[in-house]
Design a protein around this ligand. Structure first.
Ligand SMILES: *Cc1c(COP(=O)(O)O)cnc(C)c1O
Length: 390
């Protein structure tokens, strides 16, 4: 078929194709297929002494950041996306835009940094916060107050138990009360879960994790189904706080996202193999992974990811807390480290990280499964479990 001209059709390239080519970037001047890094902080006024559009000062973004935002907006099916210097600063964009005393409903257990900020704002009297058990829609519905609640936050799958929340049902609950639904689907990036399609108003992601995928930048992103004055306010908070994503990090993110589909597919395969191997293991109490047929969130997660469950799971070991810590310490291929979503596998004793008082099972090990050979990963966990129990 070489040399045969492609027939002109109405064929639309898939998202995987669009991402691999960074939205088919071509430098008009040179033909380069990789975008440059724009580093300028300031822009010269035009001949009429007018500010040039759309950029005038770095704190409001630039071409490199905007290119990364465009890729994510396309991936999410969003009207617009905003990139921040970390996931936490993106979450703060949402929290800070709420009016004084606004009522919000959040999970009792979720990513500790975001939970900490809601609790801090509540303690200062800036917000009024009510809680629900992650994934429990009945509790969510009874925590929501008609006409009063401004925002419902849902993390799905939820740290560190990977409890699944039905986004469509959660959006129904939030919208019926006049509230907005914000989802944190960092564990299943938008190549797997497009939260806006299920009714979320704002989709939050720590782009530090799967979106970048190489554990070498921090970044956070918000994407919206519909822009409006509240969105302008969030953009203004980012501009005035100076929390826009750095140019070099935006460039690395564009590079990382080219392989997003490939990475998540492999991480899903590896995670499924590990979960199946350890599900009925004599030294393992329980495997928490929505990819398992036996997992209570499996059916909803199948619908919300199309089977791309990602690489996040937790293993509750038999024995005591020290046994679990020893398993993490004994690993030779999994790195004993925090964070997630990179190509390298990580293992973490979550209670040590979250600190005393955070309700997490003392024997819970959180795994971020990478793209290594699954046989090596299974072997590593086997030998670590055996030595911890010797
Ligand atoms: C990492 C993470 C965050 C915070 O993002 P940073 O990029 O570390 O600031 C928020 N939510 C979830 C689920 C995360 O994993």
């Amino acid at each position: 078929m070489i040399g045969k001209t492609l027939k002109k059709t109405n064929h639309t390239p898939s998202l995987a194709t669009r991402l691999a080519q960074a939205l088919r970037f071509v430098d008009e001047e040179t033909g380069a297929v990789i975008p440059p890094i724009q580093t300028t902080t300031t822009y010269m006024r035009d001949g009429d002494y007018e500010i040039r559009k759309p950029y005038w000062y770095r704190r409001d973004g630039n071409q490199t950041t905007a290119h990364a935002e465009k890729i994510i907006a396309e991936l999410e099916g969003a009207e617009d996306s905003l990139l921040f210097a970390s996931g936490m600063s993106a979450a703060m964009g949402v929290i800070e835009h709420l009016p004084a005393g606004a009522h919000v409903v959040v999970p009792r257990v979720m990513y500790h940094g975001v939970l900490h900020q809601f609790q801090t704002y509540a303690a200062r009297g800036r917000l009024s916060v009510d809680y629900y058990e992650a994934g429990n829609l009945e509790e969510m519905a009874s925590a929501v107050q008609n006409g009063k609640t401004a925002l419902v936050w849902a993390e799905t799958p939820n740290n560190p138990d990977w409890t699944v929340t039905d986004i469509k049902a959660a959006a129904g609950i939030a919208h019926a009360a006049g509230a907005k639904l914000v989802t944190d689907c960092t564990g299943t990036p938008p190549c797997a879960t497009r939260a806006l399609d299920f009714g979320a108003d704002i989709s939050f992601h720590s782009a530090t994790k799967y979106l970048n995928g190489h554990s070498d930048i921090t970044a956070g992103v918000l994407s919206v189904r519909e822009t409006g004055t509240y969105w302008d306010e969030i953009a203004n908070i980012r501009m005035l706080n100076g929390t826009v994503l750095h140019s070099f990090d935006a460039w690395l993110l564009i590079r990382g996202m080219r392989t997003l589909f490939l990475r998540v597919e492999k991480q899903t395969q590896n995670a499924l193999a590990i979960a199946a191997h350890f599900e009925n293991h004599p030294l393992v109490e329980k495997v928490l992974f929505p990819g398992l047929l036996s997992d209570p969130g499996h059916d909803v997660q199948m619908r919300q990811t199309g089977g791309q469950f990602g690489g996040m799971m937790s293993i509750i070991t038999k024995g005591n807390e020290q046994t679990a810590i020893d398993v993490a310490r004994n690993c030779q291929i999994f790195y004993p480290a925090t964070s997630l979503g990179g190509v390298e596998s990580l293992i973490e004793h979550r209670k040590t990280t979250s600190g005393e008082g955070f309700p997490v099972h003392p024997n819970l090990l959180r795994l971020s499964v990478g793209i290594e050979d699954p046989d090596d990963l299974i072997y590593d966990l086997e030998q670590a479990l055996e030595r911890a129990n010797a």
